[in-house]
Write a protein that binds this ligand. Structure first.
Ligand code: MN
Length: 399
Protein backbone atom coordinates (compact mmCIF):
# COMPACT_ATOMS: atom_id res chain seq x y z
CA UNK A 1 0.00 0.00 0.00
CA UNK A 2 1.11 3.50 -0.83
CA UNK A 3 0.55 7.06 0.24
CA UNK A 4 1.24 10.29 -1.64
CA UNK A 5 4.67 11.86 -1.15
CA UNK A 6 4.45 15.02 0.93
CA UNK A 7 6.61 17.34 -1.16
CA UNK A 8 4.89 17.17 -4.56
CA UNK A 9 4.40 20.22 -6.78
CA UNK A 10 1.86 20.82 -9.50
CA UNK A 11 3.51 22.04 -12.69
CA UNK A 12 1.77 23.43 -15.80
CA UNK A 13 3.03 22.73 -19.32
CA UNK A 14 0.68 24.26 -21.89
CA UNK A 15 -2.77 22.76 -21.31
CA UNK A 16 -1.43 19.89 -19.21
CA UNK A 17 -0.83 19.71 -15.48
CA UNK A 18 1.80 17.46 -13.94
CA UNK A 19 2.34 16.12 -10.46
CA UNK A 20 6.07 16.62 -9.94
CA UNK A 21 8.49 15.09 -7.41
CA UNK A 22 11.44 17.51 -7.01
CA UNK A 23 13.63 14.88 -5.30
CA UNK A 24 13.63 12.52 -8.30
CA UNK A 25 12.92 15.27 -10.82
CA UNK A 26 10.21 13.07 -12.30
CA UNK A 27 6.52 13.59 -12.71
CA UNK A 28 3.25 12.24 -14.02
CA UNK A 29 0.58 13.96 -16.09
CA UNK A 30 -2.65 14.58 -14.20
CA UNK A 31 -5.19 13.06 -16.59
CA UNK A 32 -8.15 10.76 -16.75
CA UNK A 33 -6.11 7.60 -16.00
CA UNK A 34 -4.45 9.02 -12.93
CA UNK A 35 -7.73 10.42 -11.56
CA UNK A 36 -9.42 7.06 -12.01
CA UNK A 37 -6.65 4.89 -10.57
CA UNK A 38 -5.07 7.01 -7.84
CA UNK A 39 -7.81 6.39 -5.21
CA UNK A 40 -7.35 2.64 -5.83
CA UNK A 41 -3.56 2.87 -5.60
CA UNK A 42 -3.91 4.71 -2.30
CA UNK A 43 -6.39 2.08 -1.02
CA UNK A 44 -9.29 4.53 -0.72
CA UNK A 45 -11.35 2.56 -3.25
CA UNK A 46 -11.33 -1.05 -4.39
CA UNK A 47 -10.56 -1.99 -8.00
CA UNK A 48 -13.70 -3.50 -9.55
CA UNK A 49 -12.42 -5.77 -12.35
CA UNK A 50 -9.41 -8.08 -12.73
CA UNK A 51 -8.06 -5.76 -15.39
CA UNK A 52 -8.31 -2.82 -13.00
CA UNK A 53 -6.44 -4.76 -10.31
CA UNK A 54 -3.59 -5.28 -12.77
CA UNK A 55 -3.59 -1.65 -13.91
CA UNK A 56 -3.62 -0.46 -10.31
CA UNK A 57 -0.55 -2.60 -9.56
CA UNK A 58 1.35 -1.43 -12.63
CA UNK A 59 0.61 2.23 -12.16
CA UNK A 60 1.34 1.99 -8.43
CA UNK A 61 4.77 0.58 -9.22
CA UNK A 62 5.39 3.28 -11.81
CA UNK A 63 4.43 6.07 -9.38
CA UNK A 64 6.64 4.53 -6.69
CA UNK A 65 9.62 4.53 -9.06
CA UNK A 66 9.05 8.20 -9.84
CA UNK A 67 8.64 9.13 -6.18
CA UNK A 68 5.04 10.31 -6.55
CA UNK A 69 3.90 7.79 -3.95
CA UNK A 70 5.90 6.23 -1.11
CA UNK A 71 5.30 2.98 0.82
CA UNK A 72 2.57 3.52 3.42
CA UNK A 73 4.86 2.57 6.30
CA UNK A 74 7.43 5.30 5.43
CA UNK A 75 7.82 7.50 8.51
CA UNK A 76 10.68 9.79 7.48
CA UNK A 77 10.24 10.82 3.84
CA UNK A 78 13.45 12.86 3.79
CA UNK A 79 15.65 9.85 4.50
CA UNK A 80 13.46 7.72 2.20
CA UNK A 81 14.23 10.07 -0.70
CA UNK A 82 17.92 10.31 0.21
CA UNK A 83 18.07 6.59 -0.54
CA UNK A 84 16.19 6.99 -3.81
CA UNK A 85 19.17 8.49 -5.62
CA UNK A 86 19.08 9.17 -9.38
CA UNK A 87 22.41 7.29 -9.47
CA UNK A 88 22.44 3.51 -9.61
CA UNK A 89 25.43 2.12 -7.72
CA UNK A 90 27.74 -0.38 -9.43
CA UNK A 91 29.37 -3.30 -7.68
CA UNK A 92 32.91 -2.23 -8.45
CA UNK A 93 34.00 1.13 -9.78
CA UNK A 94 36.39 2.45 -12.41
CA UNK A 95 39.95 1.16 -11.81
CA UNK A 96 38.56 -1.01 -8.97
CA UNK A 97 37.73 1.96 -6.77
CA UNK A 98 34.95 1.66 -4.20
CA UNK A 99 31.35 2.57 -5.03
CA UNK A 100 29.97 5.47 -2.99
CA UNK A 101 26.84 7.55 -2.63
CA UNK A 102 27.23 11.30 -3.15
CA UNK A 103 26.48 12.08 0.51
CA UNK A 104 29.00 9.46 1.68
CA UNK A 105 32.02 10.84 -0.21
CA UNK A 106 35.10 11.26 2.00
CA UNK A 107 37.65 14.08 1.78
CA UNK A 108 40.46 11.72 0.71
CA UNK A 109 38.40 10.80 -2.34
CA UNK A 110 39.66 13.51 -4.68
CA UNK A 111 37.93 12.07 -7.75
CA UNK A 112 34.42 10.69 -8.13
CA UNK A 113 33.55 8.85 -11.31
CA UNK A 114 30.06 8.65 -12.70
CA UNK A 115 28.60 7.18 -15.88
CA UNK A 116 25.91 8.59 -18.14
CA UNK A 117 24.79 5.75 -20.43
CA UNK A 118 22.64 7.87 -22.76
CA UNK A 119 22.58 8.14 -26.55
CA UNK A 120 18.97 8.81 -27.53
CA UNK A 121 19.93 12.22 -28.90
CA UNK A 122 22.45 10.82 -31.40
CA UNK A 123 21.81 9.88 -35.01
CA UNK A 124 24.27 6.97 -34.64
CA UNK A 125 23.57 5.45 -31.24
CA UNK A 126 25.96 3.27 -29.24
CA UNK A 127 27.57 5.56 -26.69
CA UNK A 128 25.08 4.41 -24.03
CA UNK A 129 27.35 1.35 -23.76
CA UNK A 130 30.47 3.48 -23.25
CA UNK A 131 30.51 3.79 -19.43
CA UNK A 132 30.01 0.05 -18.78
CA UNK A 133 32.61 -1.01 -21.36
CA UNK A 134 35.19 1.47 -20.08
CA UNK A 135 34.53 0.56 -16.46
CA UNK A 136 35.08 -3.06 -17.37
CA UNK A 137 38.35 -2.50 -19.23
CA UNK A 138 39.60 -0.09 -16.54
CA UNK A 139 39.18 -2.78 -13.86
CA UNK A 140 41.54 -5.07 -15.74
CA UNK A 141 44.03 -2.25 -16.38
CA UNK A 142 46.26 -3.08 -13.43
CA UNK A 143 45.60 -6.81 -13.57
CA UNK A 144 48.47 -7.63 -11.18
CA UNK A 145 46.94 -5.34 -8.58
CA UNK A 146 48.57 -1.95 -9.19
CA UNK A 147 49.86 0.35 -11.90
CA UNK A 148 53.48 1.45 -12.22
CA UNK A 149 54.46 4.54 -14.20
CA UNK A 150 57.62 3.86 -16.15
CA UNK A 151 58.31 7.59 -16.34
CA UNK A 152 57.98 8.54 -12.66
CA UNK A 153 58.92 5.08 -11.28
CA UNK A 154 55.94 5.40 -8.94
CA UNK A 155 52.76 3.48 -8.35
CA UNK A 156 49.56 5.09 -9.63
CA UNK A 157 46.88 3.69 -7.35
CA UNK A 158 43.76 5.37 -8.66
CA UNK A 159 41.43 3.39 -6.38
CA UNK A 160 43.11 4.94 -3.34
CA UNK A 161 41.99 8.48 -4.06
CA UNK A 162 38.76 7.94 -5.97
CA UNK A 163 35.21 6.62 -5.66
CA UNK A 164 32.52 5.64 -8.17
CA UNK A 165 29.01 7.09 -7.87
CA UNK A 166 27.60 4.63 -10.42
CA UNK A 167 25.46 5.36 -13.46
CA UNK A 168 22.70 7.91 -13.88
CA UNK A 169 19.30 6.18 -13.99
CA UNK A 170 17.99 6.97 -17.45
CA UNK A 171 14.54 5.51 -17.88
CA UNK A 172 10.98 6.80 -17.91
CA UNK A 173 11.95 10.43 -18.46
CA UNK A 174 12.81 12.94 -21.15
CA UNK A 175 16.32 14.24 -21.88
CA UNK A 176 15.30 17.52 -20.23
CA UNK A 177 14.48 15.74 -16.96
CA UNK A 178 17.67 13.65 -17.07
CA UNK A 179 19.70 16.83 -17.49
CA UNK A 180 17.88 18.26 -14.45
CA UNK A 181 18.65 15.14 -12.35
CA UNK A 182 22.35 15.29 -13.18
CA UNK A 183 22.51 18.98 -12.29
CA UNK A 184 21.14 18.15 -8.84
CA UNK A 185 23.72 15.38 -8.42
CA UNK A 186 26.51 17.83 -9.26
CA UNK A 187 25.14 20.42 -6.85
CA UNK A 188 25.47 17.84 -4.08
CA UNK A 189 29.10 16.90 -4.74
CA UNK A 190 31.24 18.22 -1.85
CA UNK A 191 33.74 20.99 -2.58
CA UNK A 192 37.22 19.63 -3.25
CA UNK A 193 35.98 16.41 -4.86
CA UNK A 194 36.46 16.48 -8.63
CA UNK A 195 33.70 14.73 -10.59
CA UNK A 196 34.91 12.67 -13.57
CA UNK A 197 31.97 11.84 -15.84
CA UNK A 198 32.10 9.20 -18.57
CA UNK A 199 29.44 9.37 -21.29
CA UNK A 200 27.23 9.14 -23.05
CA UNK A 201 25.76 12.08 -24.89
CA UNK A 202 27.81 15.26 -24.76
CA UNK A 203 24.78 17.36 -23.72
CA UNK A 204 25.29 16.11 -20.13
CA UNK A 205 28.30 18.44 -19.81
CA UNK A 206 25.69 21.23 -19.59
CA UNK A 207 24.13 20.16 -16.23
CA UNK A 208 27.55 19.04 -14.94
CA UNK A 209 29.22 22.43 -15.31
CA UNK A 210 26.03 24.38 -14.51
CA UNK A 211 25.64 22.31 -11.32
CA UNK A 212 29.22 23.07 -10.27
CA UNK A 213 28.79 26.82 -10.85
CA UNK A 214 26.34 27.55 -8.05
CA UNK A 215 27.69 31.07 -7.92
CA UNK A 216 27.05 32.40 -11.42
CA UNK A 217 29.36 35.37 -10.77
CA UNK A 218 32.47 33.20 -10.43
CA UNK A 219 34.96 33.07 -13.29
CA UNK A 220 35.23 29.72 -15.04
CA UNK A 221 36.88 28.47 -18.22
CA UNK A 222 35.61 25.60 -20.32
CA UNK A 223 38.43 23.71 -22.06
CA UNK A 224 36.76 21.60 -24.75
CA UNK A 225 38.52 19.04 -26.93
CA UNK A 226 36.04 18.20 -29.68
CA UNK A 227 35.79 18.03 -33.44
CA UNK A 228 32.56 20.03 -33.21
CA UNK A 229 31.83 23.47 -31.77
CA UNK A 230 28.61 22.26 -30.09
CA UNK A 231 27.41 25.84 -30.52
CA UNK A 232 24.15 26.94 -32.11
CA UNK A 233 25.40 28.43 -35.37
CA UNK A 234 21.97 28.48 -37.02
CA UNK A 235 18.79 30.54 -36.62
CA UNK A 236 18.56 34.28 -35.98
CA UNK A 237 21.36 36.27 -34.33
CA UNK A 238 21.22 39.57 -32.45
CA UNK A 239 24.27 41.52 -31.18
CA UNK A 240 26.58 38.60 -31.98
CA UNK A 241 24.63 35.90 -30.14
CA UNK A 242 21.74 33.57 -31.13
CA UNK A 243 18.36 35.19 -30.50
CA UNK A 244 16.64 31.98 -29.37
CA UNK A 245 18.29 28.71 -28.39
CA UNK A 246 16.76 25.38 -29.39
CA UNK A 247 16.35 22.88 -26.55
CA UNK A 248 19.67 21.59 -25.17
CA UNK A 249 21.29 18.87 -27.30
CA UNK A 250 24.83 17.61 -27.86
CA UNK A 251 25.00 19.97 -30.87
CA UNK A 252 24.27 23.24 -28.99
CA UNK A 253 24.93 22.69 -25.27
CA UNK A 254 27.94 25.05 -25.21
CA UNK A 255 25.60 27.86 -26.29
CA UNK A 256 23.33 26.98 -23.36
CA UNK A 257 26.30 27.00 -20.99
CA UNK A 258 27.27 30.51 -22.09
CA UNK A 259 23.74 31.79 -21.68
CA UNK A 260 23.45 30.25 -18.19
CA UNK A 261 26.93 31.19 -16.93
CA UNK A 262 27.56 34.75 -18.14
CA UNK A 263 31.24 34.86 -17.06
CA UNK A 264 32.13 31.58 -18.81
CA UNK A 265 35.07 31.66 -21.22
CA UNK A 266 35.66 28.83 -23.68
CA UNK A 267 38.70 27.49 -25.43
CA UNK A 268 37.79 24.86 -28.00
CA UNK A 269 40.53 22.69 -29.46
CA UNK A 270 40.67 20.17 -32.30
CA UNK A 271 37.56 21.59 -33.97
CA UNK A 272 37.09 20.54 -37.60
CA UNK A 273 38.62 23.14 -39.89
CA UNK A 274 35.44 23.43 -42.01
CA UNK A 275 32.06 23.83 -40.32
CA UNK A 276 28.63 23.64 -41.89
CA UNK A 277 26.54 26.80 -41.38
CA UNK A 278 23.43 28.23 -43.10
CA UNK A 279 24.33 30.27 -46.23
CA UNK A 280 24.95 33.98 -45.63
CA UNK A 281 25.62 33.60 -41.89
CA UNK A 282 29.44 33.84 -41.89
CA UNK A 283 29.51 37.27 -40.22
CA UNK A 284 27.05 36.26 -37.49
CA UNK A 285 28.94 33.04 -36.78
CA UNK A 286 32.33 34.81 -36.74
CA UNK A 287 31.02 37.45 -34.31
CA UNK A 288 29.53 34.73 -32.11
CA UNK A 289 32.79 32.74 -32.03
CA UNK A 290 34.60 35.87 -30.83
CA UNK A 291 32.10 36.27 -27.99
CA UNK A 292 32.50 32.61 -26.98
CA UNK A 293 36.30 32.62 -26.78
CA UNK A 294 39.12 30.90 -28.66
CA UNK A 295 38.93 28.13 -31.25
CA UNK A 296 41.91 26.12 -32.47
CA UNK A 297 41.21 23.80 -35.40
CA UNK A 298 42.21 20.17 -35.81
CA UNK A 299 44.65 21.18 -38.55
CA UNK A 300 46.26 23.80 -36.30
CA UNK A 301 46.49 21.26 -33.47
CA UNK A 302 48.27 18.90 -35.85
CA UNK A 303 50.59 21.39 -37.55
CA UNK A 304 51.58 23.89 -34.84
CA UNK A 305 54.51 23.15 -32.54
CA UNK A 306 53.47 21.72 -29.20
CA UNK A 307 55.03 24.77 -27.46
CA UNK A 308 52.80 27.12 -29.47
CA UNK A 309 49.76 25.07 -28.55
CA UNK A 310 50.57 24.91 -24.83
CA UNK A 311 51.13 28.67 -24.92
CA UNK A 312 47.46 29.17 -25.92
CA UNK A 313 46.12 27.10 -23.01
CA UNK A 314 44.79 28.78 -19.84
CA UNK A 315 46.96 29.06 -16.73
CA UNK A 316 45.91 29.72 -13.12
CA UNK A 317 42.19 29.59 -13.88
CA UNK A 318 39.19 27.61 -12.63
CA UNK A 319 38.74 25.08 -15.39
CA UNK A 320 36.23 22.45 -16.46
CA UNK A 321 37.80 19.98 -18.90
CA UNK A 322 35.56 18.20 -21.41
CA UNK A 323 36.81 15.73 -24.00
CA UNK A 324 34.57 14.51 -26.83
CA UNK A 325 36.39 11.41 -28.09
CA UNK A 326 35.62 12.45 -31.69
CA UNK A 327 38.48 14.95 -31.33
CA UNK A 328 40.80 11.98 -32.00
CA UNK A 329 41.69 10.91 -35.52
CA UNK A 330 39.09 8.39 -36.73
CA UNK A 331 41.79 5.78 -37.52
CA UNK A 332 42.34 5.68 -33.73
CA UNK A 333 38.76 6.41 -32.66
CA UNK A 334 35.96 5.09 -34.84
CA UNK A 335 33.50 4.17 -32.08
CA UNK A 336 31.75 7.48 -31.80
CA UNK A 337 28.76 9.12 -33.47
CA UNK A 338 30.75 11.33 -35.85
CA UNK A 339 34.32 10.06 -36.36
CA UNK A 340 36.78 12.67 -37.70
CA UNK A 341 39.40 11.56 -40.28
CA UNK A 342 41.35 14.82 -39.78
CA UNK A 343 41.26 14.60 -35.98
CA UNK A 344 44.23 14.98 -33.62
CA UNK A 345 46.61 12.39 -32.22
CA UNK A 346 46.33 10.73 -28.82
CA UNK A 347 49.73 12.16 -27.81
CA UNK A 348 48.75 15.77 -28.56
CA UNK A 349 45.44 15.36 -26.74
CA UNK A 350 47.07 13.85 -23.65
CA UNK A 351 49.91 16.40 -23.57
CA UNK A 352 47.55 19.36 -23.84
CA UNK A 353 44.95 17.96 -21.40
CA UNK A 354 47.61 17.16 -18.79
CA UNK A 355 49.04 20.65 -19.15
CA UNK A 356 45.58 22.09 -18.48
CA UNK A 357 45.19 19.94 -15.33
CA UNK A 358 48.65 20.83 -14.06
CA UNK A 359 48.46 24.58 -14.52
CA UNK A 360 44.87 25.28 -13.46
CA UNK A 361 42.40 24.60 -10.68
CA UNK A 362 40.25 21.90 -12.23
CA UNK A 363 36.65 21.65 -10.98
CA UNK A 364 35.41 18.83 -13.20
CA UNK A 365 36.41 16.47 -16.02
CA UNK A 366 34.49 14.43 -18.54
CA UNK A 367 35.14 12.09 -21.46
CA UNK A 368 32.07 11.78 -23.68
CA UNK A 369 30.59 10.14 -26.78
CA UNK A 370 32.55 6.88 -26.67
CA UNK A 371 30.45 4.18 -28.29
CA UNK A 372 30.19 0.62 -29.44
CA UNK A 373 31.63 -1.24 -32.39
CA UNK A 374 30.50 -4.43 -34.08
CA UNK A 375 34.17 -5.54 -34.19
CA UNK A 376 35.51 -6.92 -30.93
CA UNK A 377 39.19 -6.32 -31.60
CA UNK A 378 38.55 -2.69 -32.53
CA UNK A 379 36.30 -2.23 -29.51
CA UNK A 380 38.93 -3.55 -27.14
CA UNK A 381 41.70 -1.43 -28.69
CA UNK A 382 39.68 1.77 -28.42
CA UNK A 383 38.58 0.99 -24.85
CA UNK A 384 42.27 0.63 -23.98
CA UNK A 385 43.03 3.94 -25.67
CA UNK A 386 40.42 5.78 -23.60
CA UNK A 387 41.33 4.07 -20.31
CA UNK A 388 44.98 4.97 -20.97
CA UNK A 389 43.83 8.54 -21.53
CA UNK A 390 42.00 8.39 -18.18
CA UNK A 391 45.07 7.05 -16.36
CA UNK A 392 47.20 9.72 -18.04
CA UNK A 393 44.88 12.44 -16.76
CA UNK A 394 44.57 10.96 -13.26
CA UNK A 395 48.30 10.42 -12.77
CA UNK A 396 49.54 13.44 -10.95
CA UNK A 397 46.09 14.35 -9.56
CA UNK A 398 46.64 12.23 -6.43
CA UNK A 399 47.85 15.15 -4.37
MN1 MN B 1 30.82 17.32 -28.64
Amino acid sequence: MYKLATNLHIEKKGEDKFLKQPRTNQGVRIGEHLRALLPKILGEELPSTKEEVLRTHLMGYELLERGIVVPKETVDQTSYFNDLSPLKLVEQGFFNCKPSRVDKLKPEQKICFLGVPYDSGASKPGCRFGPAMLRDVSRAYGFRGSLFSLETRNEVDISEFSADLGDLFLERSSLDEHLGSLEKVYQGIPKGVIPFMVGGDHSFTLPALAGLCKDKAEDVTLVQFDSHLDLQVWGKFKNGIPLNLDQPLHSNFVSHLHSRIPKLKSIQLGIRHYQSIPAGKAKDVADYLNVIGTQITDQQCNSWSIEDLLDKLPKGERVYLTIDVDVLKSSDMGNTGYPNPTGISFDRLLTMARYVLKHNQVIGIDIMEFGQSSRRDEQRRECELITTLMVGLLEGMER
